[in-house]
Design a protein around this ligand. Structure first.
Ligand code: PLP
Length: 409
């Protein structure tokens, strides 16, 4: 049996704790700005119309069943998922330099990548340190430390400008030991909503190249950030064009609204070389072994939904329309919040609300102010001042702005 105290009490996951507290609050004014899931203007979860159509296709298919998928998942999904990221004409695809595995959404993709790097990406027998942005998605830290990859941070968020600390980021990456691993959010950085510009991405790529660092992209918001799938894949495509060997964790949770269905992919891209296709085959063989021991094979339903949409031009066009609906509503909430705060003359600058992009905004509110918003106004957000923009709607944005105004003064 376990010795006494061998299993200490772990803290509750802060986000899920927040969701519980929100649920228990019976105020009619309560506002949930915690968890990162899209809500429509009525504050309700939104099943994308295109997902309803794909669901109907499955239900009307007399051949549909509940058999196991192959270990690497649904090939009709993984091949289109790679195209979605890299672009249909990508030489990496035609040169067979890409190996893709369907995973348990984005989290499973980050985990599979972490496990793969922990096992195979070593210098003189030792794992390399992985650099995470400060701050980053909280789960990154534990996913990498769970598999024994040491982590360090690079500066990212500048508290003064509420934008990118580009100089800090560059100098830390330039001074990191050669061949470090660098985790990069492809777009719509979580939790800050701050992304590098295309010009800044070019500079970041140049530093990584110079230092022989290994890029690990995490993309959970393609198409959800700007409404444009190609634009949101711009950083990844640039790095692939520059000839990097890299990996990508891809989630379909937000952009398809398939949160609980756990649809995602992990991709390995080899650098262009005469033996690149062989390298890719060897990588695929090892990924299959890791996948088999971890989950055996991935779940089928969300994969079928995404694959039906990605493989049908009419449904694909409709998906893009749905993406513009979600990203458009979020952008309009950013505009409404900023203009209400400016109208109220709330002390401080509020341009970062519209400069930031994607699901989240780092408001700059202090932990004390966040607590006051919760106690006095029934508004729930993480204590670092991050708000999920999707929790705002035409009914509550003014209430929220007035509450912020009151706690900031
Ligand atoms: N990576 C980032 C940066 C995220 O924000 C998220 C979701 O919040 C994920 C990965 C993975 O999410 P999921 O496992 O639901 O696809």
């Amino acid at each position: 049996s376990f010795p006494p105290d061998a299993v200490p009490q772990a803290p509750e996951d802060p986000l899920f704790g927040l969701a519980r507290a929100y649920k228990a609050d019976d105020s009619p004014n309560k506002v949930d700005l915690g968890i990162g899931a899209y809500r429509d203007d009525n504050g309700k979860p939104w099943v994308l119309p295109v997902v309803r159509k794909a669901d109907e296709v499955i239900r009307n298919d007399p051949e549909a069943n509940h058999e196991y998928l192959p270990i690497a998942g649904l090939a009709a999904l993984t091949s289109k998922a790679a195209e979605l990221l890299l672009g249909t004409g990508s030489p990496a695809l035609s040169e067979k330099r890409v190996s893709s595995v369907q995973t348990i959404s984005g989290t499973g993709a980050v985990h599979l990548g972490a496990l793969f790097l922990a096992k195979f990406y070593k210098v003189n027998g030792a794992n390399r340190t992985l650099y995470l942005s400060n701050p980053t998605w909280a789960n990154h830290n534990q996913i990498f430390s769970n598999v024994g990859i040491p982590t360090a941070q690079y500066p990212y968020f500048d508290k003064k400008t509420k934008g990118l600390d580009f100089e800090g980021m560059k100098s830390t990456l330039a001074n990191a030991p050669d061949r470090s691993i660098v985790l990069l959010h492809a777009c719509a950085h979580n939790p800050t909503g701050v992304d590098p510009t295309p010009e800044q991405w070019r500079e970041i790529a140049a530093i990584l190249k110079e230092k022989n660092h290994f890029p690990f992209f995490d993309t959970a918001y393609q198409g959800f950030a700007s409404g444009d799938l190609d634009r949101d894949a711009g950083a990844i495509r640039y790095f692939v064009e520059q000839g990097f060997e890299l990996v990508i964790a891809q989630s379909f949770a937000k952009n398809f609204g398939l949160y609980g269905e756990r649809a995602g992919c992990f991709h390995y891209v080899a650098a262009p070389a005469s033996d690149a296709a062989n390298t890719t085959t060897r990588v695929a063989s090892q990924l299959a072994i890791l996948q088999r021991s971890e989950i055996s094979n991935p779940p089928i339903y969300g994969a079928k939904i995404a694959s039906i949409v990605l493989n049908d031009p009419a449904l694909f066009a409709e998906w893009q329309e749905n993406l513009r609906t979600m990203s458009g509503r979020i952008i309009s909430m950013r505009e409404a919040l900023r203009s209400k705060l400016e109208e109220l003359g709330t002390p401080g600058q509020w341009n970062h609300i519209t400069d930031q992009i994607g699901m989240f905004s780092f408001t700059g509110l202090s932990e004390k102010q966040v607590q006051k918003l919760r106690e006095d106004f029934h508004i729930y957000m993480t204590k670092n001042g991050r708000i999920s923009m999707a929790g705002l709607n035409t009914r509550n944005v003014e209430y929220f702005a007035k509450a912020v105004d009151s706690v900031v003064r």
